[in-house]
Design a protein around this ligand. Structure first.
Ligand code: UTP
Length: 283
């Protein structure tokens, strides 16, 4: 049973300055919804009951986004804007279902996840990185459907020259969808990369990963890497990669973020036609 999800939102988002000076990167909107809301909805869709945010600076925007806004709600009510009212009310989770823990220094993704260890409480947890946005079939639902227990990461083929931006898997048994992970290395040089199967921001981890993170070992970039902790669990717990079907956009990069806005806009019935018309006229 997977009941809890961690959303690490403590990164500095330096590639998106100045937008991220006072706003977490995960609050940037794709069309009309912040990145973090897509991730929360993906988790809720698989039955996640506890939502754990690991925040850094500027966390208030995220806390406010998932809470009641009494002033806004009463204005919408008074104006009879019931659709908008339903929309903002639907985002508020059950009392006690959302927790926030502060990552006091941006010491890496592994460190962010470790900060949530007490809230994980010895259970397997999902981890969703909101800046990896997936269009089409939600990746976490596919992972849960194929999860044989243990650790699991979402994987996709990446460009040979891009291995230095991903955790890269050494594949074992592979049925085209589910692939056994026999090794995992963070950001290898293309010449040393064991494959082109890269990890994107969806994980299911078993409690043993937290024991490894307790050791606070640093890896690539001097940061505490989640992939390094996962790699040490190979042999101790089952470990699989899942090739997800949707299209992933790296919204941590400007180009990926712009592409996501266009692709998600084109997928919207209310925007597709005028947006396509405008795009075809561009030179
Ligand atoms: P990134 O590697 O994209 O780093 O983090 P970043 O700081 O967010 O962005 P740039 O590179 O400076 O532009 C990947 C994910 O891990 C989280 C981020 O919030 C993002 O979801 N993260 C990273 C943390 O929560 N804490 C960290 O210390 C590092």
């Amino acid at each position: 049973m997977l009941r809890k999800a961690i959303f690490p939102v403590g990164g500095l988002g330096t590639r998106f300055l100045p937008a991220t000076k006072a706003l977490p990167k995960e609050m940037l909107p794709v069309v009309d919804k912040p990145l973090i809301q897509y991730a929360v909805e993906e988790a809720a869709a698989v039955g996640i009951e506890e939502f754990i945010f690991v925040t850094g600076r500027n966390k208030t925007a995220i806390e406010d986004h998932f809470d009641h806004s009494t002033e806004l709600e009463s204005v919408l009510q008074a104006k009879g804007k019931m659709e908008a009212l339903d929309l903002v009310r639907a985002m508020v989770k059950n009392p006690g279902a959302v927790s926030y823990v502060r990552q006091q220094a941006a010491a890496g993704l592994g460190h962010a996840v470790w900060c949530a260890r007490k809230l994980a409480g010895g259970e397997p947890v999902a981890i969703l990185l909101a800046d990896d946005l997936i269009l089409g079939q939600p990746a976490l639902a596919e992972m849960v459907a194929h999860w044989p227990g243990g650790n699991m990461v979402a994987v996709m083929e990446v460009e040979a020259e891009a291995t230095g931006s991903y955790g890269i898997v050494t594949p074992g048994e592979d049925d085209g969808k589910l692939v056994e992970v026999k090794g995992l290395v963070e950001k290898p040089d293309p010449k040393q990369a064991p494959s082109r199967l890269g990890v994107v921001g969806r994980y299911i981890i078993e409690p043993g990963v937290f024991d490894q993170l307790d050791k606070q070992e640093t890896g690539a970039g001097g940061e505490i890497q989640l992939t390094d902790a996962l790699a040490t669990r190979i042999g101790a717990a089952p470990f699989h990669g899942l090739r997800f079907s949707g299209e992933r956009f790296d919204c941590g990069s400007k180009l990926g973020f712009l592409k996501a806005n266009i692709a998600f806009g084109l997928a919207r019935a209310d925007l597709a036609e005028p947006l396509r018309d405008w795009l075809t006229q561009l030179r």
